[in-house]
Design a protein around this ligand. Sequence first.
Ligand SMILES: *Cc1c(COP(=O)(O)O)cnc(C)c1O
Length: 296
Amino acid sequence: MDLLGPSIPTSLQEISNEILRAAKIRLYVKRDDLIHPVVSGNKWRKLKYNLLEARATNQKAILTFGGAKSNHLYATSAAGKAMGFETIGIIRGEEYEFKETDTLKFCKEQNMQLHFVSREEYKSRNSIAYLYGLVQKFNYPFIIPEGGTSSSGMKGVSEMVEEVGQQLGSQPDFYAVAAGTGGTAAGIMSAGSDVLAFSALKGGEFLEEDIHDLLIHQKEKGRLTLFTEYHFGGYAKWNSELMDFINRFNSDFDIQLEQVYTAKMFYGLFDLIQKGYFLKNTTIVAVHTGGLQGLI
Ligand SMILES: *Cc1c(COP(=O)(O)O)cnc(C)c1O
């Protein structure tokens, strides 16, 4: 994806305030939000080897999956176009055919072909038989799973961990990351590091098993601690407390968060720190996974 001119390695920025000093926690922010203005954060990391594989095998078209506000669809439509692929998006929810979101509008502008399916059909997105049907229907495109979450996606994320190792001179005690499909968390764990994952969805308990499955062939892997209580009502839901947190975070640290993923993770992380969850002298790298095009 050299075509897209990513800013890599992304910077690792230490932040500090009274809360962190009192708890004696060293907190760094891995600024993957700055990778690329459109294909940002973990989506760039997860797409990298998927798209390189598609190019190496001379694919014409890429087919992938997402909801009507999916940052993955947004990133794939732009990266695919820049690399000369046709792109096809399978969208969760038939109603969105007549209810355009900013994300879908952007995807169409990148010439992504959109196909709307029922929530029931969307549940089959990882079934081999269903995928085989799609492959035939759409003339043999290259399939990237939802969220770019695949072994290629995890390989891309593990490079972020290598960057941090070089920047810090060692690995932190924990990475903190927001989770949707869990691919980013799994990618970090595949590099041997321990992860605190904050579900952005309600009912995120399923992530434990999904992340475990993603790592099934991995011999060495970091440990997962999953937090499912910081979802603020569910995926893409938020309240004024979360928006206040975003504003305070921005004025304290000059770092912009968004309300779908990264603010929920940082809110949860600071809540745990204030409750004395961590031992003194713990070092944490919180990954800013981007997604700022979705900021309200
Ligand atoms: C997609 C996304 C996530 C979730 O990543 P997963 O690998 O699916 O868990 C987190 N943060 C942002 C900003 C995202 O766009």
